[in-house]
Every structure is written in C-alpha cells, then in structure tokens.
Design a protein around this ligand. Sequence first.
Ligand code: ATR
Length: 277
Amino acid sequence: MEKLFAVLGDPIGHSMSPMMHNDLFSYYDIDAHYLPFRIKAENLEDAVKGLKAIGVAGFNVTVPHKSKIIPLLDEIDELALQIGAVNTVVNEDGRLKGYNTDGQGFLTGLQFYVPSITGQKVLIIGAGGAAKAIYFTIAKNNPAKVDIANRTVDKAIKLVEECPFSASSKAISLPDANRDLGLYDLIIQTTMIGMAPKISESPITLINLKKQAMVCDIIYNPLETQLLLEAKQMGARVQNGLDMFVYQGALAFERWTGIFPDVERMKKNVLGQLGGK
Ligand code: ATR
C-alpha cells in the first residue's frame, strides 16, 4: 500500500518539501506520497491524531508548530527535546517519534566548507527557533566558542542559560557583534532580515570581519542576501541556506526510508523551483 508522508504548517503553500520528497520517492522507486497540510494551531492536536489513525508513515513539522507538537507525540528524541522543537516525525510501529534535523542539517551542509566545528569561534546572529537548533547542535560539537548576538539580548541570554552543553558561550548585542566581529571564524545569520521584504537589509555590519572568516545565512530565497553579498565583496567565504534546507530534508528522508538521498539532485530540484538560478 502506498505510504503517506506530510508536512504540517501554516502557511504551507510555499513549501518546497513536497516537490523535493516526492521526487526522491519516485527516484528511489518507493511507493509513497508526500502532501502539504495547512493546519491552524487550534487544529494541530486533531491533525496529529488523524494522521496517526490513518497510519501516516512520517511527516515534517514547520512554522508555527515545531514546539507545540512536542506534547502531542508519543516519544521525543533527546536532542529535539533539548532544543524544544521537532521538525521530523517518524511512525515507529504505531508510535509517533519526533526528531529535529534542522541543527544537524546545518552542520552536515557546513562540513564541505568547515570540516570540523571543533576549535572554531562561532557567532550566531538571532535567537529564535532556528538559532536555537543550530546553537545547541554546534555547542554539542566542541567549538572554541559559540556566542549569540540578538536585537533583544535577553532572548540570547535565555538561550545561553538553557543550553545543556558546556561550550564557552555568551550573549551579546548587535552593536557588540559589529565591534567584535573580528574575533569569529564562522558567522551564522538566522533572522529573517535579508528575506523579502527586507532584501536590502542586513542585521550586522561587516567592517570588522576577519579576512578568512566564513559567513553563512540560513535564508535561501533570495539565494544571495545582502549580508552574503557584502561578505563576498570583502573576500570572505559564504554559504546560503540551501544546504541547510536540503540536508534537513535528506536527514528526515533517511529517518523515514533508511536511504541517505542524493543531495545534489535535491539541490538541483529546489534551485529549479526557485527560478532556475
Ligand atoms: P525563527 O523561529 O524562524 O528563528 P523567530 O523565533 O521569530 O524565528 O526569531 C526571529 C529572530 O529574528 C529573532 O532573533 C529576532 O530578534 P528579536 O529576538 O529581537 O525579536 C530577529 N529579528 C527579527 N526582526 C529583526 C530586526 N528587524 N532586527 C534585528 N533582529 C530581528
């Protein structure tokens, strides 16, 4: 019988996950289909119960449900529980288990540019859900330091306090980040600044950027944010959010099927969808 996979979010119309996973199912000759469902927050519990009742094989969870889904599942993977967010659910013999592949997706995509995070001095810009998944995953992997800069410093302080891994870490303001940017080897932008309608804005200034630094933006639409454009002009190495998006999907696909998929194929598909850039 054809297996059902899904993504739950609100909004969900723009999601490229259905196209990406359906292509993989047909490429690997797996009898399965992946559907998007727009689910309002007040209907999330019913939606999860319904999916379980009809024997869903697995699903993704996106904004705004990544945290609210936790009490609705049967089991949560330890890192997902620490992050407080689930983006991937697997039906394991009738029990729904939640995982978080966002942070690991980022780190796996980064490996081609930075083979090991160990010893790296990292700055994360932003303190929202995406920042938290990336922060905890990096903190777990022995960086020399991983600091968080956020407009609202209190939110960054909270993340540092909540982090279960013993990395050298502090919360700083955005002006502090601008001043001390030269301290960092790796800068990771996780806010929505740079996305439409703020495509000409950047959350930090790069005047003090270290020459050999690497600058990542988790935004992939546009593929080159203002921050990445400026970083590139300064001679830094840059990475957009396409790798993170594709690798979080690849890790979810692996959890569902046991197959780590062809990531280059996934990237090509997403790029095609983004307008063939
Ligand atoms: P997500 O879960 O997608 O990461 P989020 O939880 O809404 O999104 O977090 C958004 C992040 O973007 C936050 O770090 C937010 O800063 P605040 O904590 O100060 O709100 C940051 N952000 C959003 N708009 C911003 C702006 N105009 N300038 C600076 N930071 C901004």
